[in-house]
Design a protein around this ligand. Structure first.
Ligand SMILES: [Zn+2]
Ligand SMILES: [Zn+2]
Ligand SMILES: [Zn+2]
Length: 486
C-alpha cells in the first residue's frame, strides 16, 4: 500500500503510520469486508447480502434463514452463503451471529489460505485475540460458542484445532466491526476488516473510519454489495505520524472512556485527552447565571437527578412510548436549565432525544429549539470534523427546515455537508442525500428572500410529500461505537 505501513507503536503493539502526507478528507486506505453476518435480531429485516432494510425479502429456499432483496442479491451472496446454507440445513437450526461469522471466516481462510496480499497488511493469525485477558464469565460464554461451533461445523469441511477456533472468536470479540444499514443510521450486522484491526485508538484521533455499503441507488443490484470501509484523514497528517481512530464516543467522560476501552479492548488509554481529562469540566459543568456560577452542590444534585431521568427515558423509548419520552425529557430539561452548563452531557443527551422524538411527533418548532442547543453544545466538545457532529448538524438542519426556518436550516445543512464530505466522502449515500437537501434548501432560501408567501405555500406542499424524512421512527443515537459492544 502506498500511504500506510505497519510499525511497532511504543506501548501499543503493532500500529499503522502514514508514509505520505495527507489532508482532511483524504482516504488512507479502503478495505473490502473479509466476512460479515447480519445480527440475529435483524436477520428477518435486512437483506443478508447488501444489509439494506426491506419490507419484503425473499427467503433462501434451501435453509429458509437467509433473506434477500431479490435474485441478484441472492446470487451475489451465494459464494459466502453456500457452505453456511448446507451447514444450517444439517445442523437443523441457526447458530448465533458470532458462530455464523466465525464459520464464514474459517471457510474463507480454508479456501484462500492466510496469505497477505498487497492490500492486506496482516495475516488473520497475527491479529490480537486477547483470549488471556477475557474475564472468567465471558470465557464461559466463549466456550459454549466454541462447543456449538464444533457441532455446526460440517464434517466435510476442513477440521481445525480448538486453539485456532478460539483465536478467531477472540478476534471477532474485540474487533468485530459494526455494519450499518445503507444510510449509516443503524447497526444491523457485524464484520471483519483485518487492516482496520491494526489501527490503534486515540480519544482525539486523526482519522475516522466509515463504512460504504455500496451504491444502493444503482439500478443494477450488483453495485449494492460492495461493502468496504475507508480510513479517512480528519486533518493534516505528516509522514511518520501514527494513524488513530476513536473506538468509543468522545462525549463520554475520560474515566468512562477508559473503563469502556479496558473492558472491551483490554488496554489503558494514555492519550492526551485521558491524561489531562480534557473537557471533562465542560461535560459535567454548571451554568453561569447573571455572572454567578451555580453552586457545585446544586450541579451535583441535578446531575444525579438527570441520570435517573435518562434511565427512565431510555426505558420509555425502548417501549416506543414516545409521549412518555417527551414528558420525561420536558420535565428534566426544565430542571436542568440554568443549573447545568450548555455542554453538560446529560443535558445534551436530553436535548438530542427530545428534538428527535418531537420531530417524529411533528412538533417541529419545539424540536428545532432543542436541536440547535444540541448542535451548539456538540460544537464545543467534538473535533470540528467529527462524524457524530456532522450527523447531528444534519438532523438539526432538517428539523429547522421542517419548522420553516429556512435560513438556519440551510446554514446547518451546508455545515453538515462540509463535515460529512470529510468523514464520509462524496460517494456515501448520506452525503448524496445531503447534497440534494443543500440544493433544495438553497433554492427555497432564494424563493423565501424573494417572496415569503410563495415560499410558505410551496413548503406546505413539500412537507406533505415529505421528501426529506430520514427515518420512519426515532432510533437509538445512530452508531457511536466503532466495534460491536457486548
Ligand atoms: Zn439486497
Ligand atoms: Zn440458504
Ligand atoms: Zn483516551
Amino acid at each position: 500500500m502506498e500511504t500506510v505501513e505497519v510499525f511497532d507503536s511504543p506501548g501499543k503493539g503493532r500500529g499503522l503510520r502514514a508514509t505520505k502526507e495527507v489532508w482532511a478528507g483524504d482516504v488512507l486506505f479502503a478495505e473490502p469486508c473479509y466476512a460479515s453476518v447480519v445480527f440475529d435480531s435483524f436477520s428477518a429485516h435486512v437483506c443478508h447480502c447488501c444489509f439494506r432494510r426491506q419490507q419484503k425479502l425473499q427467503r433462501c429456499g434451501q435453509c429458509r434463514f437467509a433473506q434477500y432483496c431479490d435474485r441478484t442479491c441472492q446470487r451475489a451472496a451465494w459464494e459466502e452463503h453456500k457452505q453456511e446454507c448446507s451447514a444450517i440445513k444439517s445442523y437443523g437450526k441457526v447458530p448465533n451471529e458470532n458462530i455464523r461469522l466465525a464459520a464464514r471466516i474459517m471457510w474463507r481462510l480454508d479456501k484462500h489460505g492466510d496469505v497477505m496480499s498487497d492490500l492486506q497488511l496482516t495475516k488473520l493469525n497475527d491479529l490480537e485475540d486477547h483470549i488471556s485477558d477475557i474475564p472468567e464469565i465471558d470465557l464461559k460464554e466463549l466456550k459454549v460458542d466454541i462447543h456449538n461451533f464444533l457441532d455446526y461445523w460440517p464434517k466435510t469441511s476442513k477440521q481445525h484445532t480448538v486453539d485456532n477456533i478460539s483465536h478467531i472468536f477472540g478476534v471477532i470479540n474485540c474487533n468485530g466491526f459494526m455494519i450499518s444499514d445503507h444510510k449509516g443510521l443503524q447497526a444491523v450486522g457485524v464484520g471483519l476488516f483485518p487492516n482496520l484491526c491494526l489501527v490503534n485508538h486515540d480519544c482525539w484521533p486523526n482519522c475516522t473510519v466509515i463504512l460504504n455499503n455500496g451504491n444502493h441507488s444503482a439500478i443494477n443490484t450488483m453495485y449494492h454489495t460492495q461493502k468496504r470501509i475507508e480510513l479517512r484523514a480528519l486533518g493534516k497528517i505528516s509522514v511518520g505520524d501514527e494513524l488513530t481512530v476513536a473506538y468509543v464516543d468522545y462525549l463520554n467522560l475520560s474515566e468512562d472512556r477508559k473503563r469502556m476501552l479496558k473492558q472491551q479492548y483490554f488496554f489503558d488509554c494514555t492519550c492526551d485527552h485521558c491524561t489531562n481529562k480534557t473537557k471533562d469540566d465542560l461535560k459535567m459543568g454548571g451554568a453561569v447565571v447573571d455572572g454567578e456560577k451555580v453552586p457545585d452542590e446544586k450541579v451535583k444534585e441535578i446531575t444525579k437527578y438527570s441520570l435517573e431521568m435518562l434511565q427512565k427515558m431510555d426505558k420509555a423509548r425502548m417501549d416506543a412510548n414516545y409521549n412518555e419520552v417527551v414528558k420525561i425529557c420536558r420535565e428534566c430539561v426544565g430542571k436542568q436549565e440554568n443549573v447545568l452548563a450548555d455542554t453538560h452531557i446529560y443535558q445534551l443527551k436530553m436535548w438530542s432525544t427530545l428534538s428527535e422524538v418531537l420531530s417524529y411527533l411533528k412538533f417541529f418548532d419545539e424540536a428545532a429549539v432543542y436541536a440547535r442547543k444540541m448542535v451548539e453544545g456538540y460544537m464545543k466538545l467534538y473535533n470540528p470534523n467529527n462524524a457524530q457532529l456532522g450527523m447531528a448538524t444534519m438532523r438539526a438542519g432538517v428539523t429547522h427546515w421542517q419548522a420553516g426556518d429556512i435560513e438556519v436550516g440551510h446554514g446547518m445543512i451546508c455545515k453538515a455537508y462540509a463535515i460529512l464530505l470529510v468523514t464520509h466522502g462524496p460517494t456515501h449515500p448520506i452525503v448524496k442525500d445531503l447534497e440534494a437537501m443543500r440544493l433544495q434548501t438553497e433554492m427555497e432560501l432564494r424563493m423565501f428572500k424573494q417572496n415569503e408567501y410563495v415560499y410558505h405555500s410551496m413548503r406546505e406542499a413539500a412537507l406533505t410529500n415529505q421528501p426529506m424524512q430520514m427515518m420512519a421512527e426515532p432510533i437509538e443515537e445512530g452508531i457511536k461505537s466503532l466495534f460491536r459492544k457486548k
